[in-house]
Design a protein around this ligand. Sequence first.
Ligand code: FES
Length: 172
Amino acid sequence: MDKWSRRTFISKTLKGTAGVFAISILPLGLTACSNRERVDTSTMASLGPISELEMGEFPKKVPYKTTVQDAWVEQEMEGFVYINKNNNDNSLIIMSPVCTHLGCIAGTTEESKKEEEGVTFYCPCHGGRYDEFGINVGGPPPRPLDVFKTYIQNGNVYIAILSPIKREKSKG
Ligand code: FES
């Protein structure tokens, strides 16, 4: 059994024909009860308190700045992730903004594009399009935006920033 106390569950939901890994974050009360073991967060980036991440509008952009220890190498890392909430079960999905075509950064699109085309994240390099859950819906990206394994420790959310998880290709 994994000795880490994983504070979140990963559940797989389907959106269209592509799988979406959603990170279910337990209600704070339950989380506090099950916090018995500590996770080594030295290779992770902190996104801040879960109470703050759960507030406000989704999808949202959340910055991080961290120093991670990867074997003997210490790395300064700075960037951001996109977070969206699945309204069916309140799970959060934490996505990398790195376009899965050739690695540019996908930005958010204007409201009109969201309404007319269902595009939330847009990569300007070659016109890559993703919906609000990071599913590729147009342009050259071969698969959805990557997601991160997430842990909660002392009320703070950490992501395994060095190990983004690939999702399966959208056939849509
Ligand atoms: S790198 Fe994003 S569409 Fe090519």
